[in-house]
Design a protein. Structure first.
Length: 445
């Protein structure tokens, strides 16, 4: 730093030194109290002025840090180079602090946006039960918005609240919930953290319903493959041998009919026919079940939702008329299109419409509604709705299980196959039903 004799700081230091020397001269050499006191006061005052020159910027920066006001900028009208240099250095410090805070705030907003928009539900709960974070995925998953405390979630599910409170760091649990007629399988995971000196619990929620259904279907498919293989290996020879024996016996009886009575011949013939027919029926039965393991890959193309629904209704026109069922088709918007394998989706709708027709009893008013619309996620949805007797709650949870059926002549593969087709299209097939009011199936693409 260059020495500048014109600097106010240098002049003040020189004046302070002169005042101290004058004080010493009058107080100790001349033994004159009054001039000594005067120069002492002048020296003290000069010292205060010098301290103020440094203390004022220091106090300003202290206040800036304390009150988190980094917009302040140090300015001086002093011609003193040292003071100007001090102000420049302090402004550089404030600039670095501003940049650091901006980076910190940017990182905070970045990670907060990630938390709020990530596909997994996240909840941060404080020790007092107050919810600090409740992200968008959690809101959509639990279908609620106004949540301030953990107790507010009791309106959604009291068991979920119990699980959240019970879980410790690294703990996880599977929870089955029913939300607005939909079954949700939640995987709940918790970890305890310290945030701003306070203990909090981070809870993640993930709907694994589709994964469980997929694993369940894979298990059924593996079982079907084994069963069909073993059954076909056993039944095919039985059917073939029964036919051969029947043919040989018929020829033998024609050549020597006196060996057995007519009744005995008839019994043998009927027995062999029964074996053959039941074997063939079992073979057909197994071939139907094979369809669960051999669904072709979809060939998606864009088609009109209106055209699809019209064609499905036309296929069942005579049956609807015979049973006095009123069919309604609704498409919103009218030009709605769907990207999928039209033939496969048509097969799903045919199965659902057939089930709806067969579900009607002797009620006076019978209505079947096919509706296509756009969901709040801007995805196409097709609904098949009837005002029939509805499905029993116990059966409702099993209708998509292969081989389960509530019909006397049903095979139990139609709905299971339909759900698999929708899964092949990266979609879902769900159901809502209430006894005495009817049933609704939803194809969501």
């Amino acid at each position: 730093m260059d020495f500048d004799g014109r600097s106010p700081l240098v002049r003040r230091i020189a004046f302070l030194a002169a005042s101290v020397l004058a004080f010493g001269f009058f107080a100790f050499q001349r033994q004159e109290a009054v001039p000594g006191i005067v120069f002492l006061l002048v020296a003290v005052y000069q010292g205060k002025l010098i301290l103020d020159m440094f203390n004022q910027p220091a106090q300003k920066i202290a206040d800036t840090v304390e009150f988190d006001d980094l917009t302040y900028s140090f300015r001086t009208t002093s011609p003193d180079a040292q003071v100007k240099q001090l102000c420049d250095d302090l402004n550089k410090i404030l600039s670095r602090m501003r940049n650091a805070r901006q980076e910190r705030d940017s990182e905070f907003l970045f990670f907060r946006n990630i938390v709020m928009h990530v596909g997994i539900g996240l909840i941060v709960v404080k020790e007092d039960g107050k919810i600090e974070i409740f992200n968008g995925a959690a809101r959509r998953l639990l279908r609620t918005n106004r949540v301030n405390t953990i107790d507010d979630l009791k309106e959604v599910s009291a068991p979920l609240v119990d699980v959240i409170r019970r879980l410790k760091t690294g703990g996880s649990e599977l929870l089955r919930l029913k939300l607005n007629d939909d079954i949700v399988q939640l995987s709940v995971y918790a970890i305890e953290l310290t945030l701003k000196g306070e203990n909090v619990k981070l809870v993640s929620l993930q709907n694994i319903q589709s994964e469980l259904e997929e694993k369940e279907m894979e298990a059924w498919q593996n079982l079907v493959r084994v069963l069909t293989h073993e059954i076909m290996n056993s039944v095919t020879p039985i059917s073939s041998l029964a036919g051969t024996i029947e043919s040989d016996l018929r020829q033998h009886f024609d050549e020597d009919a006196d060996q057995l009575s007519e009744d005995e011949m008839r019994d043998i013939h009927l027995s062999l026919q029964t074996i053959s027919k039941r074997s063939e029926a079992l073979i057909r039965f197994v071939k139907e079940f094979r369809s669960l393991t051999s669904i072709p890959k979809p060939k998606p193309a864009v088609f009109s939702a209106r055209t699809l629904l019209d064609e499905v209704c036309m296929l069942h026109k005579s049956e609807l008329g015979e049973k006095g069922i009123s069919a309604q088709i609704e498409v919103y918007p009218e030009d709605l299109t769907i990207l999928a394998d039209k033939g496969m989706i048509e097969q799903v709708l045919i199965n659902l419409v057939k089930n709806a027709i067969q579900s009607f009893d002797d009620q006076a008013e019978k209505t079947l509604t096919l509706r296509a619309f756009v969901s709040e996620k801007s995805r196409p949805v097709i609904m098949v709705k009837d005002n029939g007797p509805g499905i029993d709650p116990d059966a409702l949870e099993k209708i998509f299980i292969p081989f389960f059926t509530t019909k006397k002549t049903g095979s139990g593969i139609g709905l299971s196959l339909s759900r698999q087709i929708m899964r092949q299209h990266q979609g879902t097939l769900t159901v809502k039903s209430e006894l005495g009011k009817g049933t609704e199936f939803y194809l969501r693409f």
